[in-house]
Write a protein that binds this ligand. Sequence first.
Ligand SMILES: *Cc1c(COP(=O)(O)O)cnc(C)c1O
Ligand code: SF4
Length: 349
Amino acid sequence: MLARRGHRWQAGRSKDDWRAELRATVRDLPGLCRLLDLDPRLAAAGAAAAERYTLRVPKAWLDLIERGNPEDPLLLQILPTEEEMQRSPGFTQDPVGDQSAQVTPCLLNKYSGRALLLVTGSCPVHCRYCFRRWFPFVAGLNHRLNAAQAIGQLARRSDVTEVILSGGDPLLLNDHSLQTLLTALDGLPHLKRVRIHSRIPITLPRRIDARLCRILREGRKPRVLVVQTNHPSELGEEALAALARLQANGVRLLNQSVLLRGINDDAIVLHRLSEQLFEAGVMPYYLHQLDRVLGSAHFEVPPEVCAQIDSKLRATLPGYLVPRLVVEKPGAPGKIAFDQAGQGPCLLD
Ligand SMILES: *Cc1c(COP(=O)(O)O)cnc(C)c1O
Ligand code: SF4
């Protein structure tokens, strides 16, 4: 009797494991402070910010945070704080011009040769500096009609050679929707690759299960996955295993990081990150200057410090492990390299 019950539980667990983990994300700030042995005054201080953009943190992420440490680099990425409520000049709700690039509700035309498909507004983690934290996703994303409309547009766009699935986190789509979408994209002759921008190997590593791996492996076009890792502590055992599964199934892996004050604004930390990413089969790609989204000014790293970090990384790492320090400018057809000639600030006007 006992054995049978145990067996049933096991079977259910392996099938929909990641969904249970997704449902169990922590969304209550006092609860988070209790779980992590943090001063309850932090909860009071962050209450208004959490009201404006909710706290959301999955267990895999929580497990990597050091208990009782208010400065933990993973905690600082997800903890709502009073500082978010400050207004700062130049920080806006749509810092990278997403809304003016909308062709259909989920298709953005921003970069030459590439199209962005925002396939869902949800994400298992809410990064406090997320540049899409104000994006009006609720206007009916994540349904078949929008996807079909976007595919119809893409079929007429022979200039587009790469589609980037973005969001939210695109790997929150269920297997069926994802497979349908990828099959439709595979059918567009002018597309050379499909790229997925997802933090899920880190935030919800169980999502990278056998069925998802099969869907990715069986696609006709090369799959590239760009993960976001900002600090070496994010590369825990589960995340490393998820990345290894993706790699074993033919997915090419790149990483982007955002330079964040008090979290990774340190060449030694980023040097370690590049080395550990390489060990995990992930090539460092971009190091982004913060997009100036409303509520994130306290994360911004001054341009002189960005330049110093960049020089130190170039001096201490092989060139292929140095992520490119870049800035996103609304209306530009691609990323702009951070100006080594010392004109950093003018890129941020
Ligand atoms: C830069 C950027 C892209 C396009 O990436 P490339 O690698 O430059 O083609 C897509 N999505 C977001 C959010 C970006 O910032
Ligand atoms: S993982 Fe990406 S989409 Fe999700 S909240 Fe963070 S920055 Fe935004």
